[in-house]
Design a protein around this ligand. Structure first.
Ligand code: GLA
Length: 722
């Protein structure tokens, strides 16, 4: 069990492996003391010496220079001249905040954050650090929960106006953490549509380095994640601090190195375009942030995140279940389908062993392309004259589940819904709304719109036998205005949108617990711990090219476990890159996530169908390991020509090794890859070849990988412990 120790001025949270320590300075300012490997002493007072900063009278409060100390939650406007975590303006227009310690209290259970996604605990306690600015009448409640089974701390902040004045919150980070003063590299994930989450690592120097989104979603372009690591850190060795936000909207994630060379990491809602009015008696809850620590390199960091996702983020009956192998008709038919064509596809899918048939975009309104009908969630009877239920029944009769695509947060200007409710779209009076993919965003800050969106989906789920929903979101925000908010609350709109969305999702998953939800946003544009709290899997990228997927899945795995990563085999030439890769490689890469197909099976040869059939049979036999095993990145496509990773079953009984070589090389020895995470003194049989290796040989000497001729050759081995 994690432990929580509170003395009068020292607080120590720890589990079996890590410690987190804070100190309350004599003036009542809480500062950070330590986060790292577990310290045995409960009250290691020697650490206080690290922060015995000479008081030279500069920005000094009660003998403490605010600009030096590693505050747990620094605020703007007084003596700390760094970028603060909190900016609050009061009625007279001035901004300053001075939070002082009131008390430290323990909740024996971790409660969900109201209206927001949050991690759930398994008996772990929560520390509430209560701070107060008497002048503003502002109370801040800093919450900390350290998990037992992973070295992650969940933090969040609640701001309560218990004074008389109206307050305006302009910046409220979820977490601020000062790291020990030494050199760090910073790692961020950034990209674009079809090349999401590329890895960027650079040395941290003086100043700020950050990623963020002000697009209304965590976005295709950046991920709410940042890691700080010592320069020598690699996948297997070295100290790493990883941070992620349990949130899907605008965010900031970054670090600044202050003039005293101390890095401070912050993560939270992006302050640009954000503001929140707190009337007396009102409160504001930040999203939850996660900090993880590992001294075993980036793989060690990922292991913490993966356990967190598995045990504390995903919920519902699918959280630890084998995910169905699906066929999605999008790249098979796009908008061009009817009942017969879908059933023909479904028949072949059933024949090769597919378990879930998903009908993607184009089944509703008059949607023959992407120019119309979002919002008109009634069946297009030209394509499906009998409606959805007969189609679902036909699919069920073939022994498969039936799934359906929605994009419920959107509205096409060409739709009946827009004709009836133009004010339901985000808009700014007097300005022509800017369309993206010919669509506008519904204003989910409005309760009536949320009610409508809930029913648009729920009524269809209630009326038809639907087992799976792909929840898409295909544009970012512009014209950010709401007709339902007063002028002084318009800056609340992006966050209120998220609260509205989360309320709809919370209702839907509660009302339809048997439906498997997969999140999507033009591919992986909203791949974050927030969405994962409602939907246990996310479509990782619209880019289904196997080589592109090596890169995308490699970097996605930094934070997200395989069971969260939707990955499909598609046709060649690939629709996004034009690249031709072997079917075996497409299968090997895709099966490292929630496996499926997204191509016209009826255009394949019998040989290809037989290969697919075998792929599906193989995956079914090792699905538990592939989805829920311990994942190790071995060779990075960001550093060379080869990609390799390994998934080891939780009980250690088997492991699946995956390798891809991008460009073939002539006249070379077969690659040899050193594995990890195995038992050194156990023996393993490679099922494909019958060879027996010692775990020590596999880890210390490596496994040699025979490759076929041609680019994008790959191999995947099942290693069984014998
Ligand atoms: C987005 C999704 C795709 C597909 C299309 C349909 O781009 O990411 O998978 O569903 O929408 O329009």
């Amino acid at each position: 069990m994690s432990e929580l120790f509170i003395s009068k001025d020292l607080i120590h949270l720890r589990n079996k492996r890590v410690s987190y320590l804070m100190h309350i300075l004599p003036g009542g300012i809480p500062i950070h003391l330590y986060y790292g490997k577990r310290l045995e002493a409960m009250e290691p007072r020697s650490l206080l010496r690290h922060h015995a900063i000479p008081d030279d009278g500069t920005f000094s409060v009660q003998g403490c220079s605010l600009d030096h100390v590693p505050s747990e939650y620094p605020s703007f406007g007084l003596g700390d001249l760094r970028q603060g975590a909190l900016t609050v303006r009061r009625g007279d227009g001035t901004a300053s905040c001075d939070l002082r310690f009131v008390s430290a209290e323990i909740d024996t259970e971790k409660l969900p954050l109201k209206g927001l996604p949050s991690t759930h605990a398994n008996g772990e306690q929560t520390l509430r650090l209560i701070l107060k600015d008497e002048l503003l009448g502002l109370t801040a409640v800093l919450r900390y929960s350290l998990f037992d089974d992973c070295d992650a701390i969940a933090r969040s902040v609640e701001l309560i106006n218990d004074g008389q004045d109206t307050l305006s919150v302009e910046r409220a980070m979820s977490l601020c953490l000062s790291l020990p003063t030494r050199s760090y590299d910073i790692l961020t994930l950034a990209g674009a549509w079809s090349r999401e989450r590329e890895m960027f690592r650079r040395p941290m120097t003086m100043g700020e380095c950050s990623v963020g989104s002000i697009k209304g979603a965590s976005s295709l372009h950046t991920s709410p994640f940042v890691a700080m690591m010592t320069p020598e850190t690699n996948e297997h060795l070295g100290e790493v601090y990883g941070f992620a936000l349990v949130y899907s909207g605008n965010f900031y994630a970054g670090a600044q190195v202050d003039p005293h060379r101390t890095p401070q990491v912050m993560i939270g809602i992006h302050p640009d375009g954000f503001g929140w009015t707190l009337e007396p008696g009102e409160s504001f809850q930040t999203p939850e942030a996660i900090a993880v620590y590992s001294d075993q390199g980036l793989n060690g960091m990922s292991a913490q995140f993966h356990t967190l996702c598995a045990k504390h983020v995903v919920r519902g009956k699918f959280a630890d279940q084998p995910r169905p192998i699906l066929l999605n008709n999008w790249e098979a038919t796009y908008f061009n389908f009817n009942h017969e064509r879908l059933v023909d596809l479904a028949k072949t899918a059933a024949r090769v062993g597919v378990e879930l048939f998903v009908l993607d975009d184009g089944w509703f309104g008059k949607r023959d392309d992407d120019t119309t009908s979002l919002g008109d969630w009634f069946v297009d009877t030209n394509k499906l004259p009998n409606g959805l239920t007969p189609l679902a029944n036909d699919v069920h009769a073939l022994g498969m589940k039936f799934g359906l695509w929605f994009e419920p947060e959107m509205i096409s200007p060409k739709s009946k819904l827009y004709e009836a409710h133009p004010d339901w779209a985000l808009h700014i009076d007097g300005r022509t709304p800017i369309e993206a993919r010919n669509q506008l965003t519904l204003d989910l800050s409005r309760e009536d719109v949320c009610e409508h969106v809930y029913h648009a989906v729920a009524d269809i789920l209630a009326a038809n036998p639907i087992d799976y929903v792909k929840w898409d979101m295909n544009r970012h925000f512009s014209n950010i205005g709401s007709s339902s908010l007063p002028a002084h609350r318009q800056r609340e709109l992006p966050h209120r949108y998220m609260l509205g969305l989360y309320s709809v999702l919370e209702r839907l998953i509660a009302d339809f617990p048997d439906v498997l939800f997969e999140s999507c946003s033009s591919g992986g544009g909203r791949f974050d711990l927030g969405m994962l709290n409602y939907m246990p899997q996310t479509w990782c990228s619209d880019n289904t090219d196997a080589y592109s997927r090596c890169r995308i899945q490699y970097s996605t795995s930094l934070v997200f476990p395989s069971f969260a990563i939707g990955s499909h085999v598609s046709a060649v030439p690939n629709h996004q890159t034009g690249r031709i890769t072997p079917l075996s490689t497409r299968g090997n890469i895709a099966r490292s996530g929630c496996f499926g197909y997204e191509l016209d099976l009826n255009s394949l040869t019998e040989e290809e169908l037989a290969e697919i059939s075998q792929q599906i049979k193989d995956v079914k036999a090792i699905r538990e390991t592939l989805l829920y095993g311990r994942f190790y990145r071995l060779l990075s496509p960001y550093e060379g020509n080869d990609t390799a990773w390994l998934t080891v079953a939780q009980d250690g009984s088997e492991a699946v090794f995956t390798y891809e070589r991008a460009l073939a090389q002539s006249y070379t020895n077969p690659p040899v890859v050193r594995l990890c995470g195995l038992e050194a003194d156990a023996a393993y049989r490679v099922e494909e070849t019958g060879e027996i290796y010692g775990g020590d040989q596999l880890m210390y000497s490596g496994i040699s990988v025979p490759l076929k001729w041609g680019d994008h050759s790959s191999a995947s081995f099942l290693l069984r412990k014998i």
